[in-house]
Design a protein around this ligand. Structure first.
Ligand code: SF4
Length: 223
């Protein structure tokens, strides 16, 4: 609990520091922003219906629930992780375990809620025992996240961890080298950063992730 409070205080300090340095008084807008011209909630519903009947790879046989993703179809910021874990598989929702709780804190420290953003994974079904996704599984499933991005058209995508970053950016560069610099996917800014599960094991690197989040907040504040 003490560590959680320290994390929140640290996040708030960074948030206030950014406010002071940038002179920007509004970082992120809600889904009703005038700058967001269009998105396709019907298309994303249709895509969800497609995903929850998917049998493209064997993971559908061992999963409990498909985890399509959650959040606003008009989100200006989209997070993309690797794959559902045990908690996500049980609830059918993305990032609801310990790593997910940390991601929620990061989102809230950015002045947003989970309802303002969209959270998805590359894989929609849990790999057994949380093993790493197989290349064949990524190949089978990646089209879904690509179509989610097409439907939502976020201004910024934040990829969480090695698998999401390397898959979306078609790169083999290690996440430690990818993170911290905006990349590009289909004309959309992509900020690769560490996965929250990694941060649970390596708390000192939270400050690096917060640096990445500050860059995202600046990018979101620009229009
Ligand atoms: S992981 Fe993706 S491709 Fe494989 S069955 Fe699930 S939804 Fe289909």
């Amino acid at each position: 609990m003490k560590a959680d409070i320290r994390d929140i205080i640290e996040s708030l300090k960074c948030y206030i520091e950014l406010e002071r340095l940038s002179g920007v008084d509004e970082y992120c807008r809600t889904s009703t922003d005038a700058g967001k011209t269009h998105n396709e909630p019907e298309a994303i519903d249709a895509l969800k219906n497609e995903v929850i009947h998917c049998t493209r790879c064997d993971l559908h046989k061992t999963k409990r629930h498909y985890v399509f993703g959650a959040g606003s179809p008009a989100a200006r910021l989209m997070f993309v992780g690797e794959a559902p874990g045990e908690d996500e598989d049980a609830q059918g929702l993305p990032f609801v375990g310990r790593a997910g709780q940390l991601l929620t804190k990061i989102i809230e420290a950015m002045g947003l809620t989970r309802q303002d953003v969209f959270i998805a994974n590359i894989l929609k079904c849990r790999p057994p025992n949380n093993r790493a996704p197989l290349p064949t599984e990524i190949l089978a499933c990646q089209e879904y996240v690509q179509r989610q991005i097409t439907c939502i058209r976020p201004k910024v995508i934040c990829t969480l961890g090695k698998f999401a970053s390397q898959t979306l950016l078609k790169s083999e560069v290690p996440i430690s080298a990818l993170r911290g610099t905006f990349r590009e996917y289909g004309g959309i800014k992509v900020m690769p950063t560490f996965h929250p599960a990694y941060l649970l094991r390596n708390p000192p690197d939270k400050k690096l992730v917060w640096e990445d989040m500050k860059k995202i907040m600046k990018a979101l504040s620009r229009d």
